[in-house]
Design a protein. Sequence first.
Length: 445
Amino acid sequence: MFDLAISGRNICTPEGMREGVVLVHKGIIVDILPNLPAAAISTEIDIGELVLMPGIIDPHVHINEPGRTDWEGFETATRSAAAGGITTLVEMPLNADPVTITADAFDKKAAAAEGQLHVNCGFWGGVVPANTPELEKLISKGVLGFKAFLTHSGIDEFPNVTGSDLHQSIPIIARHHLPLLVHAELTTNVQPPPVNNPQSYKSYLLSRPRQWEDDAIALMIRLCEQYQCRVHIVHLSSAGSIEQIKQARQKGLPVTVETAQHYLYFNAEEIPDAQTAFKCAPPIREKENNEQLWQALQEDTIDFVATDHSPAPPAMKEISSGNLMKAWGGIASLQLALPVLWTAARKRNIPVTRMAQWLCEKPALLPGLQKSKGRIAKGFDADFVVWDPNKQFRVTAEALHHKHKITPYMNQELYGVVEQTWLAGQLIFERGRFPVLNKGKIITP
Ligand SMILES: [Zn+2]
């Protein structure tokens, strides 16, 4: 007796694409067979030529609840995740209020999430200069790792750390074998040129030089080597750091790296002035830089791709003024993670199986979920996205479930339509509808 059988000709497994039947019982994949077995099955589905891929894992999402729920919230963010084929996300320790730097703040965030999760959600804790005594308390609450900034975070109550602060916190994090995620920009050595026109994208780009990233990553590699702590560089934008990351990994250091969809999809040369929807930090750089990011991704120097979904209300995004220097830095894109990456990847003849590595299998490693998530294999959770790689659609505000429909992808024609999303063997999204809601769980180690 099985709960569910999904048959199809394009099942994306770690060994490659195959035809067959995925059998599910009590939310777990129990077998993958060439044909339907004779056993009784409650629900049988044939998805034909559509792709069956593991549910997407996005370990870099800002939901901002409680406290800044007017920016984004658990209900809207996890609804857009479900619509985008994302079945697990990990939420950043900012920009909610309070920020997740104490055990008490963790409790407030977990309580706020209660009853509002349409997909699974885990939490990163925050490392700030004075919260070393809280780190083990946060670990016992269930954080999956920690996040720190080396430059101003945009949120005053989440101050950045310095190298010397990290000498206090890193040994604790290393002892628990958890990762330290780092926003890597170090502003101390290089002074960017003054900005004359705050609407000019070029001026904004020059205001956050590659060297800031490269210096910060060099510092983190040194700390990684000293303490053998798992260090993860979030949203790599500077191709100038690829070589030092490659060398660190050749030495066997536990450094991992993500980049974001927007650094792979857009190039600075095409970004119009005063379009604050494109503002993020570090910035989207020139084509020549971004081509190197693609190459590093294809060579596995960059491990995976995460959205860094970080929305803000229209006034904070300075939509009417177009002031790139004042606007909130953050791109809203959670629901579009798959089609954006696929649209850019298919032009490069990258196969769907590689997408599954970048969006499912490898991001599962960072929060330690690799034993249950990120693969279609026996014993893994029955979290799936069913999608059509050949179908195109245009991004419209009506189809987006994010709280604010501000995104640089508006009106883009994208390939890759999410037809269904399954969470633990339950259909949670199908062609614009949500058959069941609130099936997500809080993920702890
Ligand atoms: Zn972020």
